[in-house]
Design a protein around this ligand. Structure first.
Ligand SMILES: Cc1cc2nc3c(=O)[nH]c(=O)nc-3n(C[C@H](O)[C@H](O)[C@H](O)COP(=O)(O)O)c2cc1C
Length: 184
């Protein structure tokens, strides 16, 4: 490591590890934990695939089924935190975001790029989460109508690195990503 106090270099490392997740199926950032708050105010976390990450726009994207419970939650509280533990870099990345839900014509470009085999993930009858009498008592619809893109606008990035000694910093969009060190 060069200067351990170099905030810009630390943020650069975070973005390097994050953007790698979009292209490298085996990288840690491929599968963030995506946490929301339920309409009852309860925490709910699940694994997702990181589909896009843009440092310029300050956004990351996740694709999901528009009928899933996370959509009901995001309609009430459009906030999500994405969390990644990247063991190679010994780095925990936490993105606090505000989420825009996009469907239909707005996301037809993304739908065109979803391989046929992966379209199964979008649309189910009955809806995802519905109790069913047997494990396979459902049909996957592979439906463009249910294909939903969650555009997550990053408000802050927290990096925690488990090197010796540990380092932790928070970078906020509202402060032009300047960043500040925090006690780990
Ligand atoms: C490795 C892995 C990747 C997943 N990727 C996604 C994904 O990209 N989008 C998604 O909506 N669900 C994905 N899931 C399923 C979610 O973890 C979750 O079970 C599902 O979205 C329903 O969550 P909800 O009821 O809280 O909305 C993935 C699960 C695993 C294990």
């Amino acid at each position: 490591m060069n200067d351990p106090n170099d905030l810009a270099a630390f943020l650069e490392l975070g973005w390097q590890r994050l953007t790698r997740g979009v292209v490298d199926r085996r990288s840690a950032a491929r599968h963030p934990v995506f946490a929301t708050v339920s309409p009852l105010g309860l925490p709910e976390a699940r694994t997702v695939v990181l589909r896009a990450a843009s440092r310029g726009d300050g956004t990351v994207e996740v694709h999901t089924d528009g009928g899933s419970d996370k959509i009901s939650s995001l309609k009430v509280n459009p906030r999500a935190q994405l969390m990644i533990w990247d063991e190679t870099a010994k780095l925990q990345i936490r993105l606090s975001t505000s989420v825009t839900i996009k469907q239909g014509a707005e996301v037809s470009d993304r739908w065109q790029n979803v391989p046929d085999g992966s379209r199964m993930a979008y649309g189910a009858s009955p809806k995802p989460g519905t109790p069913i009498p047997e494990s396979y008592a459902y049909t996957k619809l592979a439906s463009r109508d249910w294909f939903t893109v969650l555009v997550c606008h990053i408000e802050s990035i927290e990096l925690m690195q488990l090197i010796d000694p540990h380092r932790r910093a928070v970078f906020k969009a509202s402060e032009a990503w300047k960043g500040e060190w925090r006690v780990p």
